[in-house]
Design a protein around this ligand. Sequence first.
Ligand code: ATP
Length: 238
Amino acid sequence: RLADMPLRIEGLTKRYAGAGDRYAVRDLSFQVRRGQVLGLLGPNGAGKTTTLRMLMGLIRPDAGEIRLFGHLVTPGAPVLSRVGAFVEGAGFLPHLSGRANLELYWAATGRPAADAHLAEALEIAGLGPAVDRAVRTYSQGMRQRLAIAQAMLGLPELLILDEPTNGLDPPQIRAMRDVMTGYAAEGRTVIVSSHLLAEVEQTCTHLVVMDGGRLVRSGPVGEITGSGDTLLVGIDIE
Ligand code: ATP
């Protein structure tokens, strides 16, 4: 049933003003089922961020349809509380602690106080005693982890993460991988973007490979990475 499907997109298309006839995303269609970790894979400029921002309601598609849990996403509509999103450069109040920032964020969603959720998210962030220090003292990696934890507050059924491992060191990347697989193993769903095949290969159950704004391959991760597909050559950049 459509209502059980976390995400389904049809013909999603976006061309930025001033980009001439260059499409950032062109006629993109795919769906994600419950329990999947879907990797959106492609080189820089493939259209991953544009796709995720349209899903989050941050930018308006020129054409196409987005359905979250069967609901048609319309511009200006409030983001469903069933969806959590991480994008680069999330803002925090620098003079408040990490904990206070998450408390404030949660309060702003208007949902009832849930200490368990907050504790869970802070645990995921793995900041240790630094959760009670001002965010302005945090390293880039710590801010990143706090932002990811914020996206997970309330354990949304669908978690959308745009390049969550950017700027993290190898142990943090491994921890992030475990967070994503654990998250989906409990019947929730994750969509994560990356330009590194090696990274999504170990985390994702399914892949959508994009290049030049278009879908070039999609399917279960083993079918794609095991195919020796020449389309994937050149994807693993940096
Ligand atoms: P990256 O990994 O570098 O973020 P990406 O796969 O996420 O790449 P997008 O950021 O979605 O790709 O970019 C797709 C195309 O749209 C690129 O050609 C990019 O230059 C262009 N683009 C992205 N944002 C804008 C914008 N705000 N205005 C104009 N063009 C843009």
